[in-house]
Design a protein around this ligand. Structure first.
Ligand SMILES: Nc1nc2c(c(=O)[nH]1)N[C@H]1C(S)=C(S)[C@@H](COP(=O)(O)O)O[C@H]1N2
Ligand SMILES: [Mo]
Length: 219
């Protein structure tokens, strides 16, 4: 059991400090087995839901004190940050210095207030996609619920209007067309995790697949 309230407050204090440019990995930027690209490839299940901002909602539910539903106005009224982060896809490409704008995940956690019994989340996309993370991972100060990329509204093919970016994990851990964050006591593997992707997905540890070699395929 974790008491999340204090942790979230501390993270918000950090998140709201003015941004200073900085790098998590100052020397080596490209994790093992990855190649640098600059054209931001598109990867999804082949179905790209059209979610106008007028219809978009973000729901936080499950083991929380306050189930929360945000519409576009409420979401964009939250404190906004700009974040530069590297993006690593398990299909072996990395794009550096991606410029995101949006809301820190910890701001959303502060609204919903996870119960002490919450320990994992499922991120849900409007296309039915899911992916799982420890709740603790959403407290990192580089996890952003993004609605802009490279100075423009996030394009539909990259998950617009809103996706979540978790820079310390392979990109499949960031749900495009973000619809809901669900809080659980126990871990629930998501779409790719039940199909053999690694449960944690740390690119620096090459946590690509949880099962043997023959799983190296992606959509
Ligand atoms: N909703 C949703 N999110 C998703 C996916 C998806 O199919 N649906 N694919 C994941 C995978 S496997 C990757 S590699 C990244 C790709 O993001 P991009 O298309 O913007 O490059 O999105 C992730 N998030
Ligand atoms: Mo992927």
């Amino acid at each position: 059991m974790t008491n999340w309230t204090k942790l979230i407050e501390a993270k918000i204090a950090v998140a709201r400090r003015p941004m200073k440019p900085g790098r998590v990995h100052p020397n080596v930027r490209i994790p093992p087995g990855q190649t640098e690209v600059r054209d931001f490839p598109i990867l999804d299940l082949g179905f790209r839901p059209l979610v106008p901002t007028t219809q978009w909602r973000l729901r936080l539910f499950g083991l929380v004190e306050q189930e929360t539903e945000l519409d576009w106005d409420a979401f964009t009224a939250l404190p906004q940050v700009a974040l530069v982060a590297d993006f690593h896809c398990v299909t072996r490409w990395s794009q550096l210095d991606m410029e995101w704008e949006g809301v820190m995940a910890c701001e959303l956690l502060a609204l919903a207030r996870p119960l002490d019994s919450a320990a994992f989340v499922t991120l849900h996309g409007y296309d039915g996609y899911t992916t799982n993370l420890p709740l603790q991972a959403l407290l990192d100060d580089d996890v952003i619920v993004a609605h802009r990329w490279s100075g423009n509204p996030l394009p539909r093919e990259h998950g617009g209007p809103v996706r979540i970016i978790v820079p310390k994990r392979y990109a499949w851990k960031g749900a495009k067309w973000l619809k809901a964050i669900e809080f659980h006591a126990r871990d629930r593997p998501g779409f790719w995790e039940v199909r053999g992707y690694h449960n944690e997905g740390d690119p620096w540890q090459e946590e690509r697949f949880g099962w043997p070699e023959n799983q190296e395929e992606d959509l």
